[in-house]
Ligand binder design. Structure first.
Ligand code: HEC
Ligand code: HEC
Length: 250
């Protein structure tokens, strides 16, 4: 065996690992609802990794929660921020596994990709036992994310005008720094003050992929004052807003 193939061979496990990570992250890998069932394993995963923040009974009141901002989610409220359907809808299992695997950027919610996928599924099954809302239909249909148009200076400019016309500036501020006229008086559904995002920081809670920002603008964020624009704006206008907001980080 020559030197190069020896090196290649010794790197094999790493390649395999990277491919494993890529596969487990690709969204198409998860179907919308996968019927996880093992709440017993889920409970032990929860007690080990989640309870310290989300609390023994899922009320978001774990021992580390007190000084956190934002607070860990209160699962008994059955209200979630990142959903495939408009705000107030329940998340699909795919929504939950994405959020749990990737974490919530800029908050204390860590990414849980290091857990086995089966453990993530089981802990989702367990989280669902905290709220009856998971048994209730109907769901709103999932919002279709239209394919992105090319990102051009004209479209960004158009996004700028829609941003002001639609009133995003009332909360996010005239220049997008999170300092709009309503910014200081906003509360979330759990009675905690909440601040509109400052787009100059370029931090997006569920990551920077454009489709996720599209999803947030279209669906809004459950339990927060961030409204859904689905029935107010055309897909092209939502894409213009995505590009405009992304252009603000210096
Ligand atoms: C160190 C604290 C901490 C730990 C540990 C933690 N979380 Fe969280 N979690 C948070 C915080 C804070 C939020 C709220 C983020 C926000 O609203 O912006 C959150 C939010 C969530 C949400 C809500 C997503 C949505 O759409 O609203 C889910 C689901 C969740 N966590 C699951 C888990 C699971 C499962 C575990 C354990 C494997 C876990 N968390 C462990 C702090 C934590
Ligand atoms: C009534 C106040 C209000 C209005 C109006 C509003 N937002 Fe928000 N928005 C918020 C708040 C509060 C948050 C933060 C939610 C959180 O951190 O959980 C937010 C979050 C966001 C996020 C998510 C950032 C992230 O971390 O992923 C985006 C994107 C966004 N807003 C875009 C818009 C756009 C575009 C408009 C206009 C169509 C708009 N918002 C109108 C209050 C508002």
């Amino acid at each position: 065996m020559n030197r190069t193939s020896k090196i290649t061979k010794s790197l094999m496990p790493y390649f395999a690992f990277i491919i494993y990570i890529l596969v487990s992250f690709s969204e198409s890998y998860y179907s919308a609802d996968f019927n996880p069932t093992d709440t017993k394993v889920g409970k032990s995963v929860y007690e080990r990794y989640c309870q310290g923040c989300h609390g023994e009974y899922g009320k978001g009141d774990g021992k580390y929660a007190r000084d956190m901002n934002p607070k860990p989610r209160d699962f008994t409220s059955g209200m979630f921020k990142w959903t495939s359907s408009p705000a107030g809808s329940m998340p699909t299992d795919r929504d939950l596994i994405l959020t749990i695997s990737e974490g919530v950027h800029g908050t204390s919610m860590p990414p849980w990709a290091p857990l086995k996928e089966s453990e993530r599924r089981d802990v989702i099954a367990y989280i669902k036992t905290f709220s009856d809302r998971f048994n209730k239909k109907p769901f709103f249909p999932e919002t279709f994310i239209y394919p992105p148009p090319p990102n051009t200076p004209e479209l960004i400019q158009y996004g700028n005008s829609i941003y002001h016309k639609t009133g995003c500036d009332r909360c996010h501020g005239i220049t997008g720094r999170g300092d709009g006229i309503n910014a200081n008086s906003l509360m979330d559904d759990w009675n905690n003050p909440i601040s509109p995002t400052n787009f100059y920081l370029g931090i997006f809670k569920t990551g920077k992929e454009n489709w996720k920002i599209y999803r947030t603008i279209a669906n809004g964020l459950g339990g927060t004052p961030m409204p859904s624009s689905l029935y107010q704006l055309e897909p092209n206008e939502i894409w213009a807003l995505v590009y405009f907001i992304r252009s603000l980080k210096p």
